[in-house]
Design a protein around this ligand. Structure first.
Ligand code: MN
Length: 425
């Protein structure tokens, strides 16, 4: 009997969309092996890898490939997820949305950063180009690549000013812009390509979660009109838009909050962003800043460590920042308490600052860097921080504060810290 009689478990992921994605991934990897990487374009989302990034990248890659499939020179496009495959499931809402779109449970149908057959700096110079979705500028490792387009809903950072495609709009979700552009171009075609329900559902899910079910406070008209156009093409075309979006938001939102099974290392890396900060002073080196957002308070996080003590959180954190080679890190966490005066729930936020002296900066520089950022946070009037209750257990160059500034999440703290580091002389 030959080996071919061995029964292999069929590759799971049974949808049309999963098959397309898996096939595209295979073609890219095969052509890399044949030295044809220069013909390929990567569409990539941001490194935090939320559902918006994943969906925007997959959708735009699907669009470009399908709209050019009858051309004499069809485009070779693959979506690249900048999140390693073992990190994708740290966002349960991603796992659920992908499963609902009949994608493979092990994500074998997605090309992730850890599967690239070559180091990114080398590959970035080899391929035809990159298209960014859901982030405004290429990450440092992609800086040498040709930027062929940016579609984003963050602030325009002025990156790649000559790119042939640049769209920035303040929608709730980047998926909204991608979907609208797709539908506009699709409807212009003599013969439309097929939009599978799985893709349409994924798009609606991404928009629903980012807009809290098209909540007018969280979204703009474009989010709604685009969702309407998506749903008309889906299997849900006879359902009420707001009902569908509400259901998706509830379901994916519940999944998103289900982080009970995650330990501190996973909580840190599930929503982690790295950036280099080039300090202008010739005396100070470029440093790497890492930022975590964790929707669970420090006390609860500490309970999830082996010995349930403060030191334990900080050693897990130190191991992680060493692994990702980060000199200065800021971890933002939050939890709710009942206000003893009003009886209403209120949100408490925490900021953990830590600087290490063994990567790019020496001990004296680490002390200075810590002081600069420490002062910026302490003196910020909006944050109005208070020291954390267990600060006496911290060591050198570690600090934890609490505050109640409701807009004081990563979007506020990151620029504050970046500015402080840039001012380090
Ligand atoms: Mn986004």
């Amino acid at each position: 009997m030959s080996d071919s009689s061995v029964v292999r478990k069929p590759d799971s992921g049974v949808g049309h969309f999963s098959e397309w994605s898996r096939q595209t991934k295979k073609e890219f990897l095969m052509e890399w092996q044949e030295d044809k990487a220069h013909e390929w374009i990567f569409v990539m989302g941001n490194e935090a890898g939320d559902l918006d990034s994943v969906t925007s990248a997959l959708s735009w890659a699907y669009h470009l490939e399908h709209k050019s499939q009858n051309d004499s020179d069809p485009m070779k496009v693959v979506a690249l997820l900048q999140t390693p495959s073992d990190q994708l499931d740290l966002r349960p809402e991603n796992s659920l949305a992908l499963a609902d779109s009949k994608m493979s449970p092990e994500h074998r149908d997605l090309l992730t950063i850890n599967e690239l057959p070559e180091d990114v700096e080398t590959l970035s110079r080899k391929i035809k180009g990159i298209i960014l979705v859901d982030h405004p500028a290429p990450l440092r490792r992609w800086e040498d690549a040709t930027v062929l387009g940016i579609i984003d809903h963050h602030e325009d950072a002025g990156a790649a000013p000559d790119a042939p495609l640049r769209i920035f709009e303040k929608t709730a979700s980047c998926t909204t812009i991608v979907a609208r552009e797709m539908l506009d171009e699709l409807e212009e075609m003599d013969q439309e390509y097929h939009m599978p329900h799985e893709l349409l559902q994924l798009m609606l899910g991404a928009i629903a979660i980012d807009s809290d079910g098209l909540n007018p406070k969280k979204s703009i008209d474009t989010d709604k009109t685009t969702s309407e156009r998506i749903i008309k093409r889906s299997r849900w075309n006879d359902k009420d838009l707001m009902d569908v979006m509400d259901d998706l938001d509830d379901k994916l939102g519940d999944a998103k909050k289900d982080l009970d099974h995650l330990g501190v290392r996973d909580l840190l890396r599930r929503d982690w962003k790295n950036l280099f900060v080039d300090t202008p002073s010739p005396r100070t080196p470029t440093v790497r800043l890492g930022l975590a957002s964790i929707p669970i308070g420090m006390d609860e996080q500490i309970k999830r460590t082996e010995w349930e003590q403060v030191f334990n959180w900080f050693v897990i954190h130190a191991a992680w920042t060493a692994e990702v080679s980060v000199d200065i890190s800021v971890s933002l966490s939050k939890y709710k308490i009942k206000d003893p005066e009003t009886g209403k729930k209120k949100k408490i936020r925490e900021i953990v600052l830590a600087v290490r002296d063994d990567i790019r900066v020496d001990e004296d520089q680490a002390d200075e860097l810590f002081d600069v950022v420490y002062k910026a946070i302490e003196q910020d009037e909006k944050l109005n921080v208070k020291p954390w209750h267990a600060n006496q257990k911290l060591r050198k160059r570690q600090m934890v504060w609490t505050h109640e500034y409701s807009d004081g999440g990563r979007k506020y703290v990151q620029p504050l810290v970046e500015k402080a580091v840039l001012g380090w002389k």
